[in-house]
Design a protein around this ligand. Structure first.
Ligand code: MN
Length: 189
């Protein structure tokens, strides 16, 4: 059953995260990165594959520096509507804490194998995804590569015109692309 893990973990009487997916009209190939101050601060990286958001938790967040390989831990599939979720998950709930939409946009699948294009679902199953992001903050190529150890992936910026070895985009642009709020502003609301 799709989204079974997602639903099992949450009590929708208590959290205002989306329960059912009404997002079928959401533009096709979307990605979203949510900054989530749960028990540990992390960034949730999600891309649409078929009718769910495939998800990874990235403890250190994305980097524009191709030399930084950022650990990405797969988490349960989320409904498409989750791409619009920003707010506070109440105490004693799964993932309790503040969530902002740190970046959002569309992606293009550029995964190749032996010079042939690989569709995104197959790329995900094989553990090797190359995508071009067109977000408000993140642009250009990124790879998501599954490690030999189970359940560990790496997110790596491609060395293209959008790579930047100096800029710390997480510090320079901490705010939501939807509300302009930071996690701290949500806390003090
Ligand atoms: Mn999270």
């Amino acid at each position: 059953m799709p989204l079974e893990d997602y639903k099992k973990k949450r009590n929708f009487k208590k959290t205002n995260e989306p329960e059912e997916d009404k997002g079928k009209d959401i533009e096709k190939d979307i990605f979203v990165i949510q900054k989530h101050d749960a028990s540990k601060l992390h960034y949730d990286f999600r891309i649409r594959i078929n009718d769910v958001l495939k998800s990874w938790a990235i403890p250190k967040g994305p980097s524009l520096n191709p030399e930084n390989k950022r650990l990405a831990i797969p988490t349960e599939d989320h409904p498409l509507d989750y791409a619009n979720f920003e707010g506070i998950i109440p105490e004693d709930n799964y993932g309790a804490g503040e969530v902002i939409i740190w970046d959002r946009g569309t992606y293009k699948n550029n995964t190749l194998k032996d010079g042939e294009r690989v569709n995104i679902e197959k790329a995900h199953n094989k553990g090797h995804i190359t995508i071009e992001l067109n977000g408000e903050k993140l642009k250009g190529g990124f790879s998501l590569i599954k490690m030999h150890q189970k359940d560990k992936w790496l997110l790596i910026k491609k060395n293209d015109e959008y790579a930047d070895r100096e800029q710390n985009i997480l510090e320079e642009k901490p705010e939501s692309v939807v509300s302009n709020k930071t996690i701290e502003e949500l806390k003090n609301k």
